[in-house]
Design a protein around this ligand. Structure first.
Ligand code: NAP
Length: 320
């Protein structure tokens, strides 16, 4: 029986692993299709992590991971296919009607069934799709969700970035250094990105803002050749065509919580995030949550790392 299984090896999961190991917990990190350390691996530059300015997200993640490896953390590369709290009736909590699990059974895609006293769920979130015509058809043929991964394919070409958050503006900045021109298409006329990032975007001559506009279609033959947008104006709205070779969709993310939906006693919010405050304690005893998959207002590397530390400490106290 393990003390702790950490599901996810992004910054939250790795931070939890380091704190867990230092608390002497017998733990395992389960990660799906390792391709870098979570979402941060896709960021071209993370300038707001204390003490490590200017690192690209992939290198930063590798540094985090090496730290965990050096501390003796063990990893299992597999998808978690099921989590089952196992309860004995004598463990009915005195303060609520909820059962308190004695342990959890975790099954994985490679056939493991593991038992653990606690879980830290740190599986993060994935790219939100816009579900417009052409998006699925041109996926990897001009449609991308990662500018740092695919930007180099569009050297001296024209591209469009869709979204108005930090990722979209970071992507537009990154692409402006590679592409001849970048359209930044956003559905409103104000951005939710950091002010400093907005300022940098405004200073770029080859980024053109296309505001109050939604993407209605991605068009092309074998590859993307353009996008159709619907732009709101004083008279209503009009359809416009923009000739682009690539479309980078940066419309936020959705939590990786599909496997949690049927776990009795574990509360998710309407958007699917695991409900917990800064304590990282969920409605299900022994089940903790850390990082972007938790209900929170600021989803950043630094807050994910803090969550990992808090969740592992909470798990250690829970085990006693
Ligand atoms: P986000 O902040 O949720 O922004 C998503 C953007 O996509 C928003 O502008 C949203 O428009 C737009 N959007 C969502 N659904 C859409 C739809 N169906 N059609 C058109 N547009 C749509 O996501 P994010 O930019 O990926 O950032 C996630 C978190 O990571 C944030 O906390 C962010 O600060 C952080 N982050 C930080 C850095 C950094 O510090 N360097 C880099 C990347 C991300 P509305 O604005 O109208 O809602």
């Amino acid at each position: 029986m393990l003390d702790l299984i950490i599901i996810g090896s992004g910054p939250a999961g790795l931070s939890a692993a380091i704190y867990g190991i230092r608390a002497n917990l017998n733990l395992l990190v389960i990660e799906k299709d390792y391709e870098g350390t979570g979402q941060v691996a896709l960021s071209s530059c993370v300038d707001n992590y204390l003490g490590l300015p200017g690192l690209d997200g992939y290198s930063m993640g590798e540094q985090f991971r090496q730290h965990a490896v050096d501390f003796g953390v063990e990893f299992l590369e597999a998808a978690v296919t099921g989590i089952e709290p196992v309860c004995h009736t004598e463990n009915i909590a005195t303060t609520s009607d909820n059962l308190v699990p004695d342990f959890f059974q975790v099954t994985t895609s490679d056939g493991h069934t593991l038992e653990t006293k606690t879980i830290i769920y740190a599986a993060g979130a994935t790219h939100r799709k816009l579900d417009v015509p052409g998006e699925a058809r041109f996926d990897t043929k001009g449609v991308s969700y990662c500018a740092t991964c695919d930007g180099a394919f569009y050297r001296n070409k024209t591209t469009a970035v869709i979204g108005g958050g930090d990722t979209a503006l970071d992507d537009a900045l990154y692409l402006s250094g590679i592409c001849e021109k970048v359209y930044l298409v956003h559905r409103r006329d104000t951005f939710r990105a950091a002010e400093i990032t907005i300022k940098k975007v405004m200073e770029k001559d080859n980024i053109e803002l296309v505001l109050n506009s939604t993407l209605s279609e991605i068009v092309g033959e074998e590859k993307v050749s353009g996008i159709r947008i619907n732009q709101k104006n004083a008279d209503g709205s009009e359809e416009k065509n923009l000739a682009v070779s690539g479309v980078f969709i940066a419309a936020g993310s959705k939590p990786e919580t599909g496997i949690l939906e049927k776990i009795s006693g574990l509360n998710l919010n309407d958007a699917g995030y695991v409900i917990a405050d800064e304590s990282c304690i969920t409605s299900l005893p022994g089940f903790f949550v850390a990082g972007d998959v938790r209900t929170k207002t600021l989803r950043q590397v630094i807050t994910a790392v803090a969550d990992g530390a808090i969740a592992a400490t909470a798990a250690s106290h829970y085990i006693g």
